[in-house]
Structure formats: structure tokens, C-alpha cells
Write a protein that binds this ligand. Structure first.
Ligand SMILES: NC(=O)c1ccc[n+]([C@@H]2O[C@H](COP(=O)([O-])OP(=O)(O)OC[C@H]3O[C@@H](n4cnc5c(N)ncnc54)[C@H](O)[C@@H]3O)[C@@H](O)[C@H]2O)c1
Length: 339
């Protein structure tokens, strides 16, 4: 069978999980790793040895993009480099999986939307939390319409991130772009990707304890949907606690509260929640995240020619909400959407 060739751009921490995902598939193989310096060369060589890859290392992205045996690009660079690398992959007509965040500004977001329409390829943003078994099982209740009309949802990404580029404004962007984007994506997924937010109001605070942050590491925002539903997003990257990805959604038929649920219509003890089975997002280590499942899904979308739920076009509103929240926090005024 002819396998699709994959290029990994940015051999750092998360890249290893992407490589694992592609190598586990019978349809893909990693053929190229592109880095920038001796450190990335060393990391690439480690990955090539560990996963026994038949892959080359290069520091010339353009040249690698021109290769006929490369079909898919996985962008694992630091945040501020995602936009340019994505643009180039779209122009080279390669399928592209982009680590979160997609980009760092509304201007970049709009440009990518225009470019992707012309490219005719598959794109996906790596909001990997969707593949945690507990979240998949919770979302089945939505698919089965057990929660009814969801009118209130919340999601919080509370974590303490490591020092370095992730705390710098230029390289990371903001707390929402660095981590809270997972929460915005999750909220949209549960409340319905077709539903639109019409107004947001947000505040930021900090840094308080971690003075290495160049941007406020905490933000809280309220969302008003066009249909009257409400939501709340919280993100704190200097949390004094272990990593927790909290979410709760309530509807006319029932409620999901992390790995527990409650339904109006069920037999048994009405005073208690029931457990939702499966691994939850309670470990910040990327080896714990469900990257293989995320990558299998992306490969299937390419093979079946179906647009990923997390394509650039489908995620446009996610990033629009993020940029609206940031604008609101800056001006301390509500911001209306669309931007
Ligand atoms: N989906 C998730 O849950 C998840 C988890 C971790 C990281 N991420 C994302 O993955 C991306 C990489 O994160 P990481 O933790 O692997 O980071 P990392 O620092 O381990 O790796 C970053 C890569 O970018 C390269 N790089 C750094 N500066 C560069 C420059 N100026 N020019 C070109 N390349 C440069 C590095 O050489 C390295 O290969 C980030 O965007 C991050 O937000 C996502």
C-alpha cells in the first residue's frame, strides 16, 4: 500500500506524540523532520532512532514542502510561528495539522481563512482534549440528545505552565492562546459548533506569583450566545495546584459535570450523579494526552475526504471568541461578534 508521507515541523516535546500517532497508522509514515538548530537536530535524531523512522532531517522548510513524497505537515513549532508555517503549507497544498493555537491575531486568522478556501486540502487544529475517553463518553450524551437544550456551559483550563517561551508575550501570545483555547474549543463542541456567540465580557489578572509571565496568566470571561444561552471560560496558567481541565454543561434534559452526569429521565437514586467512564484530562504530560486518537481521526478525514470538525474553517469562531475576549479584557468593555 502507498502510504502518505508526513513532515514534522519543530521536533520538540509535543512532536514526539505526533510521530507516535503517525507511526501507529498503517496509512502514514514520517519521512521528514524539520528543525532550526543543533538542539532540534539532536532531538530529531533521537526520534528517528526511537521510532526507527526512515526519515531525513532538514533545516529548509521550503525545500521539504516541495517534496512530492510529503502529503501531510504537522506543525509543532512554538506558538508565534504557527501562522507563517501554516500559510506556507496551505500554499504548497499539503494537508496540515497545526498544534494549538492556530495563530496569534485576528488578522492572521482572517488571512488563513481566505487561504484555506483556495487550498482545497484538509486542515486541523490540535485541540487534543476532545479525544479524552471521559470527554468522548460525556459527549455521547449530547449526541444522543440526552442533555436536551444546553443553555449554560463552563470550561476552565487551570494549570501551571513551565517557564521559558510559554510565558513570553511574543512567543506564546496570551493565556487563552497558550492554554485556554482548549476550553473555548470544548465549550463550543458541547454547546454545538453551529451555535454562535454574540457578545463576550472578560477580565484578566496577574501575574501574582510567577513574575516571569509577560502577559496576564489568568482570564475569566462570560459569553452570550445568539440564542440566549450563556457560557463562561476560565484560564489560569499560574495556578497553585495540579493540572485540572474542568467543564460542566447543563441542559433541559440533564447535566455533565466533568466525569459525572445526571439526567432527568432515569431510574434509580435521583439524588446522585452517575460516573462517566474513561480517562480524564488530569495530567499535563503530553504522553498522557490522546494524540494517537487525534491523529487517527485526522488521517481518516484525509482518507474519506471529509472536513475535520477542527478544521480552520470550523475553528474560525473559536479563535474569534478568543480574540474578542482579549479585546474585552483590554478595554474592560463588552465586545460584540462577529469581529
Ligand atoms: N495540544 C496540546 O495539549 C499541547 C501540548 C503541548 C504543547 N502544545 C503546543 O505544541 C507546540 C510546541 O510545544 P512544545 O511543548 O513541544 O515546545 P518545545 O519548546 O518542546 O518545542 C518547540 C519546537 O519549536 C522550535 N523552535 C523554537 N524556536 C524556534 C524558532 N525561532 N524558529 C523555528 N523553530 C523554533 C524548537 O526547536 C522545537 O522544535 C506549541 O505550540 C504548544 O502550544 C500543545
Amino acid at each position: 500500500m502507498n502510504k502518505s508521507g508526513v513532515m514534522i515541523l519543530g521536533p520538540g516535546w509535543v512532536a514526539g506524540e505526533h510521530i507516535k500517532g503517525y507511526q501507529q497508522s498503517e496509512y502514514t509514515e514520517v519521512r521528514s523532520i524539520v528543525g532550526i538548530d543543533q538542539t532540534s537536530k539532536k532531538k530529531a535524531e533521537e526520534y528517528i532512532a526511537e521510532y526507527r523512522l526512515d526519515a531525513t532531517y532538514s533545516e529548509n522548510y521550503e525545500q521539504e514542502l516541495a517534496r512530492g513524497d510529503i502529503d501531510i505537515v504537522s506543525i509543532c513549532l512554538i506558538n508565534n510561528l504557527h501562522y507563517q508555517a501554516t500559510l506556507q503549507a496551505l500554499q504548497a497544498r499539503k494537508h496540515v495539522l497545526i498544534e494549538k493555537p492556530l495563530c496569534l491575531s485576528l488578522e492572521e486568522l482572517k488571512r488563513l481563512r481566505e487561504e484555506v478556501k483556495a487550498a482545497g486540502i484538509m486542515t486541523m487544529i490540535g485541540h487534543v482534549a476532545r479525544w479524552y475517553p471521559a470527554m468522548v463518553n460525556a459527549h455521547k450524551l449530547v449526541d444522543q440528545n440526552k442533555l436536551g437544550h444546553i443553555f449554560y456551559g463552563e470550561s476552565d483550563y487551570w494549570h501551571e505552565i513551565a517557564p521559558g517561551w510559554k510565558t513570553k508575550a511574543e512567543t506564546a501570545g496570551s493565556s487563552l492562546l497558550m492554554g485556554g483555547c482548549h476550553s473555548v474549543d470544548l465549550l463550543r463542541w458541547f454547546m454545538g459548533m453551529e451555535r454562535r456567540v454574540r457578545e463576550v465580557y472578560a477580565y484578566t489578572t496577574g501575574p501574582h506569583r510567577r513574575k516571569d509571565f509577560e502577559y496576564p496568566p489568568a482570564i475569566s470571561g462570560i459569553l452570550k450566545f445568539e440564542d440566549g444561552a450563556i457560557g463562561r471560560i476560565g484560564c489560569c496558567l499560574e495556578s497553585t495546584m495540579p493540572y485540572v481541565f474542568h467543564y460542566q454543561f447543563t441542559g433541559t434534559g440533564g447535566t455533565v459535570r466533568n466525569n459525572r452526569f445526571y439526567l432527568n429521565q432515569w431510574e434509580g437514586d435521583k439524588r446522585k450523579f452517575k460516573e462517566i467512564e474513561g480517562r480524564t484530562a488530569d495530567d499535563p504530560d503530553v504522553t498522557h494526552h490522546p494524540f494517537p486518537q487525534e491523529i487517527q481521526y485526522f488521517i481518516e478525514c484525509i482518507r474519506q475526504n471529509t472536513e475535520p470538525q477542527l478544521s480552520i474553517l470550523n475553528s474560525y469562531h473559536t479563535y474569534e471568541i478568543i480574540f474578542a475576549m482579549e479585546e474585552s479584557a483590554k478595554t474592560e468593555k463588552p465586545v460584540s461578534l462577529p469581529l
